[in-house]
Design a protein around this ligand. Structure first.
Ligand SMILES: [Zn+2]
Length: 315
């Protein structure tokens, strides 16, 4: 039987990772390279000469004497954790197929649960902000989905109480294979919500395939082309061939969440969805996922805990 090339690709082993980033010095060097790919540039005066304080990862501009740490102004700002702890967290979050819970992360990193939670949510925020700048295009399958609420008994499906609505979108290439995906919390399935979502996440001219749920026609307001299919309701509806990929992937998301997490608050659902999508959209290159995440983390602004814990940032 032919092996799936994505599943059987040569990964990035923990042994390789530890060889490359197993010490604080190696992590500092890597972070310096990723932060200043063309050499040090003073954020205040743009001079390139600097001294490094050996005791701390602190760099001082030779011209204006401004001091800057490697992590200042980034999502890692004012961290008390060793860089290698952050690196290992990024490694574990990108190389595990179904993600890793904060509880498991706390065991693997030897840090408290609260610390692991903050690390995980900051890195998920990096993933979210990164993908939020990259709209889907070409052919996109779009569907409505819900998370949480009553799992047993009671009302199920659209509009059941306690369920959190989100949009699932999968971008296909010319051969009809899924390339990237986007999962976004929405306030509800209304035309204004879908139009606002599409403005952020779809390129104009995208061909959108969905079921006949009325609100999806709103993608036309932002220059997309809409092809609705009447799928009917009940279990058969999920089998319509035009929506195969989005339905398959939604099944995977839900299985993955139930398998990895005991529980998480629905107010943080957007970040969990973004983390799953981020890994899926980059699954063709496991090896590259770690350095790319680190690179982007250095370009993501700080987010203090008080904001991190409140945030119900929609799309
Ligand atoms: Zn300077």
């Amino acid at each position: 039987m032919a092996r799936n090339r994505v599943q059987f690709q040569k990964g990035y082993s923990l042994v390789q990772f530890m060889d490359e980033y197993g010490s604080e010095e190696k992590c500092t060097e890597a972070l310096f390279r990723w932060r200043w790919p063309n050499g040090f540039v003073c954020p205040r005066c743009e001079s390139t000469g600097y001294w490094r304080h050996q005791s701390r990862a602190l760099y001082q501009c030779r011209s204006c004497r401004h001091q800057v740490s490697l992590t200042a102004g980034t999502i890692l700002a004012s961290t008390k954790l060793p860089l290698r702890t952050w690196f290992l967290a990024m490694y574990l979050m990108t190389q595990t197929k179904n993600g890793i819970s904060a509880l498991e992360l706390s065991r693997q990193l030897s840090v408290s649960y609260n610390t692991a939670w903050k690390v995980k949510h900051k890195l998920m925020q990096v993933m979210k902000e990164r993908d939020d700048t990259r709209p889907l295009g070409g052919w996109v399958q779009l569907d409505d989905a819900y998370w949480g609420g009553q799992r047993h008994g009671g009302k199920s499906g659209r509009g059941a109480p306690g369920k959190t609505p989100f949009v699932a979108a999968v971008e296909l290439n010319e051969e009809g294979r899924p390339m990237r995906m986007r999962l976004s919390r929405v306030g509800g399935f209304r035309s204004d919500e879908i139009a606002a979502w599409a403005r952020c996440h779809l390129e104009p001219g995208t061909v959108v395939v969905s079921d006949a749920l009325g609100c999806f026609a709103a993608v036309k307001h932002v220059g997309c082309i809409h092809q609705p299919f009447v799928t009917g309701s009940g279990p058969q509806s999920a089998k319509h061939p035009a929506l195969t990929w989005v339905n398959t992937i939604l099944g995977n998301v839900k299985r993955s969440f139930h398998g990895t997490y005991h529980h998480f608050s629905s107010k943080h659902l957007p970040r969990y969805l973004a983390e799953f999508s981020y890994r899926f959209s980059r699954r063709f290159s496991l090896r590259e996922m770690f350095p790319r995440l680190a690179f982007v983390a250095l370009r993501t602004p700080p987010m203090p805990y008080r904001v991190l814990k409140l945030a119900e940032n929609y799309f």
